[in-house]
Ligand binder design. Structure first.
Ligand SMILES: C[S@@+](CC[C@H](N)C(=O)[O-])C[C@H]1O[C@@H](n2cnc3c(N)ncnc32)[C@H](O)[C@@H]1O
Length: 312
């Protein structure tokens, strides 16, 4: 999980260097894997040679990536356990650190409750100002819009300010953030219907919403996936359940907008899983290795045809 806000103290220089190197390698891996996919368009005679070379390239990169991931894990464990081998870096100010010792903590409700009790606002991935203009045309007037895993981000507030006719609802597992956000909105005059609920079992009926949007929320389900090339079954199952729920509540023609740091190569297989009958479009924004991806699956359900049953 990564974030763009500055309220947390930076990890040690060693950890940062490893994470930057890993991001670079992951980008190379994605590029290489996409190149391999493109091979279908290459002449038969050249294909075997390119496949052989890119296969070896990919294998080497994957090995380096595995070594780096293991080093990052060791460094993080040492750092957050307060080991002497990795000097702890002082926080630049007195803001509390919400970085958990283990990334799996992001799956825990008490972690979010405690965090939201002490944190006013935080933007995961990027803030609305950096990508909002890419999205606005996807919201028709009077659309019903649900943001899931909304946290204390200002995404829905910014959306409703730009698009005052939409009916916005925000949902989060944490009652603490729901209450704090209701108070904040009462103070700034925006109207968003705040609900406490689980992305794995959305409290909405079938085919009832025009847009579902999320930013960094589904990423939580993958924090313990292990290798992104071969995600752990439990993490993959969570992701599939959440996407199936989103698919279920969207009406025909509805849209799901998903903003994430996860590379396209790792996210698309989830979005294109059997049973999810929608088209997927991808947009990229941000610079350098800080790319953020915006997925826009559009639902194009085939209408049921009603056949008349001949009278007996
Ligand atoms: C990484 S934060 C993203 C917050 C916000 N969307 C943003 O962009 O800053 C993940 C959010 O998902 C919420 N969350 C975690 N598990 C959830 C679940 N099963 N159902 C609903 N919300 C959940 C957390 O409480 C937290 O607010």
């Amino acid at each position: 999980m990564q974030a763009s806000a500055t309220s947390q103290p930076p990890a040690s220089k060693e950890l940062e260097a490893l994470q930057t190197a890993e991001q670079g390698l992951l980008s190379c891996l994605v590029w290489a894997a996409e190149t391999v996919e493109e091979l279908g368009k290459v002449k038969e005679a050249d294909r075997a040679l390119i496949e052989d070379r890119s296969g070896k390239f990919l294998k080497t990169l994957k090995e380096v990536e595995t070594t780096l991931a293991a080093a990052i894990k060791r460094t993080q464990t040492a750092e957050f356990a307060g080991s002497d081998s990795v000097p702890k870096q002082e926080a630049p100010d007195n803001s509390p650190s919400f970085i958990p010792k283990a990334t799996a903590t992001y799956l825990s409700k008490p972690y979010w409750d405690e965090r939201f009790a002490n944190e006013d606002s935080y933007e995961w991935c990027k803030s609305f100002e950096e990508f909002g203009n890419l999205l606005l045309h996807h919201f028709a007037p009077f659309s019903s819009v649900l943001e899931i895993g909304a946290g204390n981000s200002s995404l829905s507030t910014s959306l409703t300010k730009k698009l005052p006719t939409i009916f916005a609802c925000s949902l989060d597992l944490s009652q603490v953030v729901a209450e704090r956000m209701r108070d904040r909105q009462a103070a700034d005059g925006t109207h968003i219907d705040w609900q406490v609920g689980d992305m794995l079992s959305l409290p909405f009926c079938n085919d009832c919403l025009d847009v579902v949007i999320e930013k960094g929320a589904l990423d939580v389900f993958l924090v313990d996936r292990g290798s992104p090339w071969d995600p752990a079954p439990a993490a993959a199952a969570r992701m599939h359940t959440a996407l199936s729920e989103i698919h279920r509540v969207l009406r025909e023609g509805g849209k799901f907008i998903s903003i994430t740091f996860d590379q396209p190569h790792f996210r698309k297989p989830f979005l294109k899983a059997p049973g999810l009958n929608w088209n997927v479009q991808l947009q990229t924004f941000g610079e350098g290795l800080e790319h953020t991806y915006c997925y826009m699956p559009f639902l194009c359900r085939i209408r049921r045809s009603y056949c008349s049953v001949p009278a007996r």
